[in-house]
Design a protein around this ligand. Sequence first.
Ligand code: SIN
Length: 309
Amino acid sequence: MNQGCLKIMDYETISVKPLTAVIGAEIGGVDISQPLSNQTFTEVHDALMLYQVVFFRDQHMSLEQHKTFGRQFGELHVHPSSPNLEGHPEILKIHADENSKRVAGHGWHSDVSCDTEPPMGSILYLTDTPEIGGDTMFSSMYAAYEALSPAMKVFLEGLSAEHASEHLYHRQGFQPRDDLRDGEFPHAIHPMIRTHPVTRRKALYVNSGFTRRIVGLERKESETLLEFLFDHVRTPEFHVRFAWEDNSVAFWDNRCTQHHALWDYFPQVRSGFRVTIRGDKPFYSAQDDSDARSGSALRLSGYGLKSRP
Ligand code: SIN
């Protein structure tokens, strides 16, 4: 299996410690409760593009500061169905304790992939964490795509899949928001391999939370292929596993990762807030992505946004 190792880059205003050869890095030397300078913003954004998920320790943010940090990377997303925090529609409360019957994110998924324009990224800030357990696992969808055989890549590149939410959200007691998406539970058709709009790398884009069927295949064919791909996402070599401490932050790119929140800490408390950043409509471009993977696109500042939002 060859996913191509990540290169270690130079950063001027932050420290970046890669956690595995394919995904995840811990960022230090920055207080994200304060507005980032242009240089620091570029470096954090570059690290996110390269490592796909980045982690910060010992951060202290109010709800407003959390939203302000998120807004530096794009407009904030409002969840189409989950109850939001009162007075803060852009914030999801993440909480589990001895009364919990379920926890958010317990299963491999990419956030709200049922939306026509699924979120680009999510920023989770946990203030109370269990003494042991409650890790979140992240899987690189670049690595998942790159590990497929050439024949399977070609087959999947021509296919789209349906992502739905009613089966998930209804079970959780959520209702579609009347003010959003015409009061319907969101669903969308997306390419199974998507081109990342910034890095131009290709990523597998199906997940066991939302993806229900492959368009144009017989039911048995679709179920069997999806089951293979969901299992492929679980390959340990594609993963980084984050052990939370109080006041840690994880910032992940939903366009090229999936995550799974472990629930091995019942009845302990695990609690915090998530801000989610809006994304664009997934697309597939047949253009070869070997340049993007070779490192030429991975240089510091190589990922500058056209303009900072
Ligand atoms: C989520 O899917 O946003 C929850 C992740 C977590 O609680 O670790």
